[in-house]
Structure formats: structure tokens, C-alpha cells
Design a protein around this ligand. Structure first.
Ligand code: MN
Length: 308
């Protein structure tokens, strides 16, 4: 479930209780309501707007499926990829390309918006818990105005790191390569951490962040709680993680994104005019965003404040 981005996502507040000796920037998630569903937004947050091309991360749940509501009705995207990753539960993806794909824990749904796409994310079952993360990846100039696409990966590369396990969503990590589409140099890794120490190999040309999804993890000696993001920065060949109990985290990284982004509602752009044009096309119901075969209500909002 991806929610709209507002100026509240980057408030001019201090960023938490980072110990003075800690060289990891700890950013607490912000509680956000996405269509009646509570999430913790860890990206974008000032001062950290992007991690490589990763530009949005909502940590949702865990909540009982019965409280997760019907999901998020059809809404548009441009200029980004949506990455849906679940730790528990299931969701049904439908999009204007005609895709209809259930996603379960350990599987990846990856939608590329390019010039424009619409999708819904639907809760189909009331059993069990829903717990996961919705991420966006900004597309580079070369592909952001290109055609939309959708991929489902039922199996992903996995490896052991000592007693801990890693699943590679996208990019390269620990000698593994994911076949998931990637338009920039970035990586996403799910970590199932066992108590004790786990060393993660890193590329020193990438910046990285660790998003803790369950439990507590110390990264390079800095404590991180579930729902927070620890920015590791650039120039590391590895990072040492320590957990006192089983924990779950997501490693996000990539080459720093070379251009400033303009993010408003469900659009990732560069210029205000692109957002205004996209939203006009969505509100007019043009072919650009097509139609989604969903029974949920199509989502709309007033135009951007600068549209006049
Ligand atoms: Mn979405």
C-alpha cells in the first residue's frame, strides 16, 4: 500500500536520539494514515530524501488482516517503480496493464510506472496478520518516460550469512544477482537476523540504509528499533549488525541519485509542470493511466497547490 507524499514527510525536526559516538544517522519513522491503514513512513524524511534511487518506504503493520481494510483502490503513478514486500499476509495487485497477481511473503511484486500506470492493492483475506513494506524506486531520465511494466518474482536468490539469512529482492549482494528489473545501480535485501553478529558485505560506492521491520538491531554499534531507518552513508566495505533476539530488517542501497526529485502525491517527477499534466490526465481518465479491473473506489485528490 503506497500513500501520497506530503510536505509532512520532511519536517524540519531533529532526527532522534543518536548516541554521540554513533556514525549512523537514525531517522524515526513518521506515523501516517494511508486510506485508514496505519503505516510508519521512513522515507522520504528530512534530511534523508533518497537512498540511492530508493525514494519512498512505508512500513505497514503488523496488524490483523481483518483490520487492514479492503486495501487501496486504483491510483496513478509516474516515474517510479513500486516494490511490494510482505513479511506476513497477502495482497492482490491489479494494474492497468491487465496484471492480476497475488503476492505472499518471500515474493516480489515490481511495477514500473514510466510515463503512467494505475494499480490497486487489495486485501483479499481476513485471516492472519498483514506485515510488510511498500517501497518506491525513482526511475532515471533514460526510462522514466518509457512504457509501464509489471513483474512478479515467486523465487528470489537467498544466502546464509553465518546463522542469518538474506533474500535479494533487486540488484547484487554477497555474490548474488537478482533478475528483477533495475534501471539504476541499487540494491534491496531482506535480512532474517539470528541472535549474535552478522557482517554484511557492501559496495563502498553505494550509500546504504537499514530499515528495521521487526525487533531491534544494532548497526555499526548504533541501536535501531523497528519502524526506524539507520543511514549508513557511503564508503563502507561492510557493516556489522548485532541482534540480541531474532530480528528482521531491509538493507537498501545504491549509487546516490544524481538528480533532485519532485515528489507529490503518487508521482515522482523533476518539474512541477510534469506533475500538473499527469494529475490532469488522471482526473480526466485519459488512456495514459488506463483502467484497473478493481471493485475498489478510484482514488483522487485536489491538484497540487502550485497548479492554480
Ligand atoms: Mn501505488
Amino acid at each position: 500500500m503506497s500513500g501520497p507524499v506530503s510536505t509532512d514527510d520532511a519536517p524540519p525536526a531533529a532526527s532522534g536520539d543518536t548516541p554521540a559516538t554513533c556514525d549512523v544517522e537514525v531517522i524515526a519513522g513518521r506515523a501516517v494514515d494511508v486510506g485508514g491503514f496505519p503505516v510508519r513512513r521512513v522515507l522520504p524524511r528530512r534530511p534523508r530524501r533518497t537512498i540511492g534511487a530508493w525514494c519512498f518506504a512505508d512500513h505497514m503493520g503488523p496488524v490483523p488482516m481483518a483490520q487492514a481494510g479492503p486495501g487501496i483502490g486504483p491510483h496513478p503513478h509516474i516515474g517510479l517503480q513500486t516494490v511490494t514486500w510482505l513479511l506476513a499476509g497477502e495482497m492482490l495487485h491489479r494494474d492497468s496493464l491487465g496484471s492480476e497477481q497475488l503476492v505472499r511473503p518471500g515474493q516480489l511484486n515490481l511495477m514500473t510506472a514510466g510515463h503512467g500506470v494505475a494499480h490497486s492493492e487489495e486485501v483479499m483475506s481476513s485471516a492472519g496478520q498483514l506485515h510488510g513494506v511498500q517501497l518506491w524506486v525513482a526511475q532515471p531520465a533514460a526510462t522514466r518516460d518509457g512504457p509501464p511494466a509489471f513483474e512478479h518474482h515467486g523465487e528470489l536468490p537467498r544466502c546464509q550469512l553465518g546463522r542469518s539469512a538474506a533474500t535479494l529482492l533487486v540488484g547484487q549482494f554477497a555474490g548474488l544477482t537478482s533478475t528483477a528489473r533495475r534501471d539504476t545501480e541499487h540494491v534491496g535485501v531482506d535480512l532474517e537476523l539470528r541472535p549474535g553478529r552478522t557482517t554484511l558485505p557492501l559496495f563502498n560506492r553505494f550509500e546504504y540504509a537499514l530499515v528495521v521491520l521487526d525487533g531491534a538491531v544494532s548497526a555499526a554499534g548504533c541501536p535501531l528499533q523497528a519502524g526506524s531507518l539507520g543511514y549508513l552513508g557511503l564508503g563502507r566495505d561492510e557493516v556489522l549488525l548485532e541482534a540480541a533476539a531474532p530480528a528482521r530488517a531491509l538493507l537498501l542501497g545504491g549509487e546516490p541519485f544524481p538528480e533532485p526529485l519532485l515528489m507529490w502525491w503518487n508521482y515522482v517527477a523533476r518539474e512541477r509542470g510534469e506533475v500538473v499534466a499527469a494529475h490532469r490526465d488522471w482526473q480526466a481518465g485519459t488512456e495514459r493511466f488506463g483502467t484497473v479491473a478493481s471493485s475498489l473506489t478510484r482514488i483522487d485528490t485536489a491538484g497540487p497547490p502550485w497548479a492554480g
